[in-house]
Design a protein around this ligand. Structure first.
Ligand code: ADP
Length: 261
């Protein structure tokens, strides 16, 4: 791996895309995809003149189709590039649009790389101010090759306040630093649960872990997203909270992250 980093291949920009922001996490299930979707919609909400796209690079568990309520196969342009599917004003591309059904995808190394290559190079984005990339969780070869292939404006790292997630988040931050991708900061997800009945607040995964980690590894703390049933329910319906309940405090939390980015 070290050798790959040393011999950094030349990075080529994605045609039409001004800035790529990757959303990463050290491990799965911490809310990376949910954050990526709401960050993309949040960027648009805070400045409607900006055009934003979403690329689902999580080839092992693509969730953008469901989160953005999109299905189908992309059509091809005259020069054989895939045309993104659009919902809520956001053009999206996902490996989920390319495979037949949602059954677990069994990949071999080479297939992963060629899928990534296709997603990075053969999509007709038009002109975008931001492309938000939902990365695969962890810090393996796939993540590394994405960071080596395209110029990245910055990485947002999502973590829960739980120790093990934090350790993995730290590893993620270190990977980006090693390949000279600026870490824009850390988002703490699921930090507090407020009981909808009695409004008591519980810190299920601990309270301030990500904030403290951000200080320790000297990256910015971008904000707290509460553990909230509406976030989960609306995500499952393909109606992200920033769009479906723009006036809620949860949506506000995502917009805060978007303005900090
Ligand atoms: P990852 O991309 O890290 O694997 P997901 O974004 O798919 O994680 O989230 C995992 C699950 O947790 C999903 O069911 C999602 O709806 C839920 N979830 C994520 N963030 C929150 C939150 N802040 N509150 C409630 N549920 C959440």
């Amino acid at each position: 791996k070290r050798q790959m980093v040393r011999g950094l291949p030349k990075q080529k920009p994605i045609t039409g895309v001004k800035q790529v922001i990757v959303v990463a996490s050290g491990k799965g299930g911490v809310g990376k995809s949910t954050t990526a979707v709401n960050l993309a919609l949040g960027l648009m909400a805070i400045d409607q003149s900006k055009s934003v796209g979403l690329l689902d690079a999580d080839v092992y568990g693509p969730s953008i189709p469901k989160l953005m309520n999109l299905k189908g196969h992309p059509e091809l342009s005259d020069d054989n590039r895939m045309i993104p599917l659009i919902n809520y004003g956001v053009p999206c591309m996902s490996v989920g649009f390319l495979v037949e059904d949602a059954s677990p995808i069994v990949w071999r190394g080479l297939m992963v790389m060629s899928a990534i290559e296709r997603l990075l190079r053969q999509v007709e984005w038009g002109s975008l101010d931001y492309l938000v990339v939902d990365m695969p969780p962890g810090t393996g070869d796939v993540q590394l090759s994405i960071t080596q292939n395209i110029p990245i404006a910055g990485a947002v790292i999502v973590s829960t306040p739980q120790d093990v997630a934090l350790l993995d988040a730290r590893r993620g931050a270190e990977m980006f630093k090693k390949v000279n991708v600026p870490v824009l900061g850390l988002v703490q997800n699921m930090s507090v649960f407020q009981c909808p009945n009695c409004h008591h607040q519980t810190h299920i995964f601990g309270s301030n872990g990500a904030r403290e980690l951000a200080e320790t590894i000297r990256v910015r703390f971008l904000g707290d997203i509460p553990l909230h049933i509406n976030i989960r329910e609306m995500s499952d319906k393909g109606q992200p909270i920033v769009i479906s309940s723009p006036d809620s405090s949860e949506a506000e939390a995502y917009r805060k992250v978007a303005s900090a980015v």
